[in-house]
Design a protein around this ligand. Structure first.
Ligand SMILES: [Zn+2]
Length: 109
C-alpha cells in the first residue's frame, strides 16, 4: 500500500497505519523519517516530479504548478538529503535516489 503525502502529519499517520511506501514526503520531520526507517517503509521523494513541475517546458506546463514546484523543490531536496544521511545501508535501498539523481542530471543537460 502506497500513500501520496507531502505533509508530515498525514505521512506520519499513514506510516502508523501500515503503508509500505510514502510518495513525495516533502515536509517529513526527522521523527517521521525515523519511524519509517524503523518500520522499513520506502521513501520515494519524487524529486523529478517537483523538477518537472518547476520547468516551464516540463510535463506540467502550468504557471500555478510551476510556482508550486519552485516553492517545494528546495524543501524536497533538503528532506531527501536528511533521509539519506540518517538512512542505514538497508534502508537506503528503499530510497530510489540513484535513479532520481541520474534523471536530474539528464534533465539539467
Ligand atoms: Zn502524488
Amino acid at each position: 500500500m502506497v500513500a501520496h503525502a507531502h505533509g508530515n502529519e498525514g505521512a506520519a499517520a499513514a506510516v502508523r497505519a501500515g503503508v509500505h511506501s510514502i510518495e513525495h514526503g516533502t515536509y517529513l520531520s526527522d521523527d517521521t523519517l525515523r519511524l519509517m526507517k524503523e518500520k522499513g517503509v520506502y521513501l520515494d521523494p519524487t524529486i523529478t516530479a517537483l523538477v518537472d513541475m518547476s520547468d516551464p517546458e516540463g510535463e506540467y506546463d502550468n504557471p500555478i504548478l510551476q510556482m508550486r514546484g519552485k516553492a517545494m523543490l528546495p524543501t524536497g531536496r533538503e528532506m531527501t538529503a536528511r533521509a539519506w544521511k540518517m538512512a542505514s545501508r538497508s534502508w537506503r535501498a528503499r530510497i530510489p535516489l540513484t535513479l532520481i539523481r541520474t534523471i536530474e542530471r539528464w534533465r539539467t543537460k
